[in-house]
Design a binder for this molecule. Structure first.
Ligand code: NAD
Length: 503
């Protein structure tokens, strides 16, 4: 029997094929658990369960307050299990226990709690201006009624399994939808734990279904199935485009949160210490396996050389090691595949003529022998046309690019197919805002990085995505708007519109 089964229609089951797959700890290569491997039959069963729960079950028919009570209980149960979830997240994904305890579990629970609030406080009704056929005629009441979309297929990546799953499940169910969620196959455990918690807190059966399995089969069935009304995907731009194509024939609603190659602009008046630490935090937090990582630093030429030295000195203080140790700053990359991708891009960077300022190797020593560790790596002398500046590496690699002035910084920042996020490091807030407002991306921090919150929408420009998650804007991505026009005049002769048909 698998250690983790599929959660469909409120029941745990093996895959119809009886197949399972292992998941490993990237810090030491040891197997953690066997996971039931969903195939097409299981996926369709999960979609049908979600469809029944939406069409016939209580969930979409409950009041916002009733749903809020259960979603809040869900968030509180996650809080109560935070230590266990943090340990599992660290073992399965390789991020540090410090990150898991201070960011992953808190943010996951906080997302459920915030969307419980929205279910209760964000109205399902909105008044529109009255409709008057002609100036001077009496206006008729018009209003919107917001309604859940239906069955939502949700597909998540491996970099923040708990947070990504919470960003999908919480807004969808708070708004009254039912879901089928598929986590990434390298980090499936904590999403399945979230299914267990859904069951424990009494979310009605069929509302939350979680199945692990390959993207190319399970994910494709989810994106194309006619019973699915919306697909919410977070992952690479390449797969996002494929999902859009699969969803197109049945015109599903689609939200896509995709890749990035965000720029951190450093002006010559920036606080040196703050900017150096900030750029490194922006890049190396969670080994750079973060969609909004600031992997291109665009530094004013007046401070460029000194700033590169400062980055190199400060990066030397980043402590690699056992992710279960609270003192560790950086654990292993998620998988051997990801490690090989990083090694390939570092070789490309050297071939392209960028100067390797630090890193560029796997660390040596017994502690690192069995895991997928890689040194924080900084390339100086990078031209924005190079592959290492254009392509998403999703690893601990920073490209530092010299710019003449703010105008060139903005131009270089915007010279990317991506537009997810970015940062400006400057002591002059007005100047920083001027730069931020010219950057073609969905989120910009001024003298900060990585701060995402349940009340603040997050989404990409350009090939970084469609739509947004989080905040009331993200909540509304899970609601349809119905316009209702109300005419209380029951006399046909006074309905001037009828003139268009009856003479
Ligand atoms: P990925 O695109 O390879 O996989 C993401 C998910 O899609 C996984 O669950 C995978 O199994 C599934 N999948 C793969 N092929 C599929 C297919 N053909 N049809 C349907 N589903 C399929 O991405 P990844 O390697 O897991 O994650 C890294 C990527 O995610 C990076 O590009 C990163 O920038 C992006 N990301 C974006 C955000 C954001 O909010 N914008 C957040 C986190 C990660």
């Amino acid at each position: 029997m698998s250690d983790y089964q599929l959660y469909i229609d409120g029941e745990w089951s093996e895959a119809a094929s009886g197949e399972s797959f292992p998941t490993f700890n990237p810090a030491n290569g040891e197997k953690i658990a066997d996971i039931a491997k969903a195939g097409e039959e299981d996926t369709v069963r999960a979609i049908e369960a979600a469809r029944r729960a939406f069409d016939e079950g209580p969930w979409p028919r409950m009041s916002g307050k009733e749903r809020a009570d259960l979603v809040r209980k869900y968030g509180e149960a996650i809080q109560a299990k935070a230590d266990d979830l943090a340990r599992l997240e660290t073992m399965d994904g390789g991020g540090t226990i410090r990150k898991a305890m201070t960011a992953d579990t808190m943010s996951c629970a906080g997302t459920f709690l915030k969307f419980a609030d929205y279910a209760e406080t964000v109205s399902d009704y909105e008044e529109l201006p009255e409709y008057a056929l002609m100036p001077g005629l009496p206006g008729k009441r018009n209003y919107l009624k917001y309604e859940p979309i239906g069955v939502c297929a949700q597909i998540t990546p491996w970099n923040f399994p708990l947070i990504m799953a919470s960003w999908k499940i919480a807004p969808a169910i708070a708004a009254g939808n039912t879901i089928v969620l598929k986590p990434a196959s390298v980090t499936p455990i904590t999403a399945l734990e979230l299914a267990r918690i859904a069951d424990e807190v009494g979310i009605p059966k069929g509302v939350v279904n979680v199945i692990a399995g390959p993207g190319a089969s399970v994910g494709e069935v989810m994106a194309a199935h006619p019973m699915v009304d919306k697909v919410a995907f977070t992952g690479s731009t390449e797969v996002g485009a494929r999902i859009m194509a699969l969803a197109a024939p049945t015109v599903k609603k689609v939200t896509l949160e995709l890749g990035g190659k965000s720029a951190s602009i450093v002006t010559e008046d920036a606080d040196f210490e703050l900017a150096a630490k900030g750029v490194l935090f922006g890049t190396f937090f969670h080994n750079g396996q973060v969609c909004e990582s600031g992997t291109r630093a665009l530094v004013n030429e007046k401070i460029y050389d000194d700033f590169v030295d400062k980055l190199v000195d400060t990066a030397a203080g980043i402590k690699l090691g056992d992710p279960m140790d609270f003192a560790t700053d950086q654990g292993p990359l998620v998988s051997d595949t990801q490690l090989k991708t990083v090694e390939r891009y570092v070789a490309i960077g050297k071939d392209e003529g960028a100067k390797l300022a630090t890193g560029g190797e796997r660390p040596t020593g017994e502690a690192f022998d069995k895991g997928y560790f890689y040194e924080p790596t900084i390339f100086a002398g990078v031209d924005n046309a190079m592959k290492i500046a254009q392509e998403e590496i999703f690893g601990p690699v920073l490209s530092v690019i010299k710019v003449r002035d703010d105008a060139e910084a903005v131009k270089v920042a915007n010279d990317s197919i991506y537009g997810l996020a970015g940062a400006v490091w400057s002591s002059d807030i007005e100047r920083a805002q001027g730069i931020a407002e010219q950057m073609r991306t969905g989120t910009i921090w001024i003298n900060e990085h990585h701060l995402l919150g349940p009340e603040h929408p997050f989404g990409g420009y350009k090939q970084s995505g469609i739509g947004s998650e989080m905040g009331v804007h993200g909540y509304n991505e899970y609601r349809l708007k119905k316009r209702i026009h109300v005419d209380d005049n029951l006399n046909p002769a006074e309905h001037m519109t009828f003139m268009m048909l009856f003479s």
